[in-house]
Design a protein around this ligand. Structure first.
Ligand SMILES: [Zn+2]
Ligand SMILES: [Zn+2]
Length: 355
C-alpha cells in the first residue's frame, strides 16, 4: 500500500521554514544518510530517498504550495494525531493513503501531484495479516478476524447531513464536486475534499459520521484457511472489504508449533529417548497432527537423529498427503549415582566399549 511522509518532519523543519532553512536541513541530512557513507544500510538508503523527496517538494514553491494545501485539508491528520515524540520513527509522520478513504479522492489527489501511482485496484483492497496456528494451517480450518472497515453511515445513509439539515452548494468547488489542481497539461480534476465530491454541504453535519458519510465498523469475519496453507500465502476475499465492495487480501502468517515443523508436505517432530531405549529398542507413543497417538516401534541400536516415518500423517495439499517423520534425540544422563556409574563401567567392559 502506498504511503506518504510529512515532508516537514522528514527534514526536521517547521511549517514556516524559509527556503534557506530547508536547503540547510536537506544538505545536513543528505550528507548524513548518503549511501556512500552508509554502504549496505537499507534504512539509511530509505531515509536518503525520503529526504530527497521532501526536498524536491518543499524547495519548489509551486509544489510546496500544493503540498501545504493538502496538509490544510487534513491529509496529515494521522501524523498530527500521533504527535511528536510519541514513538513515531525519526522519519516520522508517515500516513497511509489508504486511511484517507473518508476524504474521498484526496489520496488520489496526492498521487497525481507528487507523481505517485494512482489509485488502482490493489489500493482499493485492504491487506490484513492473519495469524494462523500451525495445525490449522496444516489441516485447514477457520480463524476469526475483527476488522475496522468503512461502511455507509447508518445515521445519514451516506449523505453526511444531520436529520433536518439544509443542504447548500459547496463553496470550495462551487458545486462541481471536483477541484482542478495545477495548470496546463499538469492540471488534474479530483473530487473536492471539502464536500467529498458531492458538490453540496449540509448546514449541520451528521453527528454519527461528522459529515463523512461513512463510519468505521468493526466487522467480524471468519477466514477460511485452506489445508496445507503456507506461511505468506495470500487469499483475496472479493467484495468483503470497505462499504461492502472493496476486497480484503488476507496474508497468512503461520505460527510455529512447539512440536511440529514443516518440510514441504511432511511434518517433522523430535522425540527424546534415553540411552537404554536407543540401545535396547522401545515403543513410543507419538502425537500426530490430527491429535491422535500412534505407537512407533524404535528398534534396538537406534542412533541419535535417526528418523522414522509415520506414513500419511503429514500435510494434505491438492489431494496428496505427506508423512510424519519422528526424529529421535538420544539424551545422555548428565548425572549418575555411584551405583549407576559402577554398573555402566561394568556394562562398558562387557560390551567392549573404551572408557
Ligand atoms: Zn452520517
Ligand atoms: Zn466541494
Amino acid at each position: 500500500m502506498s504511503g506518504a511522509k510529512d515532508y516537514y518532519r522528514v527534514l526536521g523543519v517547521g511549517e514556516a521554514a524559509t527556503v534557506d532553512e530547508i536547503k540547510k536541513a536537506y544538505r545536513r541530512l543528505a550528507k548524513q544518510y548518503h549511501p556512500d557513507r552508509n554502504p549496505n544500510d537499507a534504512q539509511a538508503a530509505e531515509r536518503f530517498k525520503e529526504i530527497n523527496e521532501a526536498h524536491d517538494v518543499l524547495s519548489d514553491a509551486e509544489k510546496r504550495k500544493k503540498y501545504d494545501r493538502l496538509r490544510r485539508y487534513g491529509a496529515f491528520a494521522g501524523a498530527a494525531r500521533r504527535g511528536p515524540g510519541s514513538g513515531a520513527p525519526p522519519a516520522g509522520g508517515d500516513f497511509d493513503l489508504g486511511d484517507l478513504g473518508g476524504l474521498g479522492g484526496l489520496g488520489d489527489l496526492f498521487s497525481s501531484i507528487f507523481g505517485r501511482r494512482g489509485r488502482d485496484e490493489a489500493e482499493e483492497a485492504v491487506e490484513i495479516a492473519v495469524q494462523v496456528p500451525f495445525r490449522v494451517a496444516a489441516l485447514g480450518g477457520q480463524v476469526p478476524v475483527t476488522l475496522a472497515l468503512s461502511e455507509v453511515c447508518p445515521g445519514c445513509g451516506g449523505s453526511g447531513a444531520a436529520p433536518g439539515a439544509t443542504v447548500s452548494t459547496c463553496t470550495e468547488c462551487r458545486g462541481r464536486g471536483t477541484i482542478s489542481f495545477g495548470q496546463g497539461s499538469f492540471a488534474v480534476n479530483r473530487p473536492c475534499p471539502v464536500c467529498r465530491g458531492r458538490g453540496k454541504l449540509p448546514s449541520v453535519r451528521c453527528p454519527t459520521c461528522q459529515g463523512g458519510g461513512e463510519v468505521k465498523v468493526d466487522k467480524r469475519l471468519m477466514i477460511t484457511v485452506p489445508p496445507g496453507t503456507d506461511d505468506g500465502a495470500r487469499v483475496r476475499l472479493k467484495g468483503q472489504g470497505a462499504k461492502g465492495r472493496g476486497d480484503i487480501i488476507v496474508v497468512f502468517q503461520v505460527e510455529p508449533d512447539s512440536f511440529f515443523r514443516r518440510e514441504g508436505h511432511h511434518v517433522v517432530c523430535v522425540v527424546p529417548i534415553n540411552v537404554a531405549q536407543a540401545t535396547l529398542g522401545t515403543r513410543l507413543k507419538v502425537r500426530t497432527l490430527d491429535g491422535h497417538r500412534v505407537v512407533l516401534k524404535v528398534p534396538a541400536g537406534t542412533q541419535h537423529g535417526q528418523r522414522f516415518r509415520i506414513a500419511g500423517h503429514g500435510i494434505e495439499k491438492n489431494g496428496r498427503r505427506g508423512d510424519q517423520f519422528v526424529e529421535v534425540r538420544v539424551d545422555i544422563p548428565a548425572k549418575l549415582t555411584d551405583d549407576a556409574q559402577a554398573a555402566l563401567r561394568e556394562f562398558a567392559d562387557k560390551a567392549g566399549l573404551r572408557h
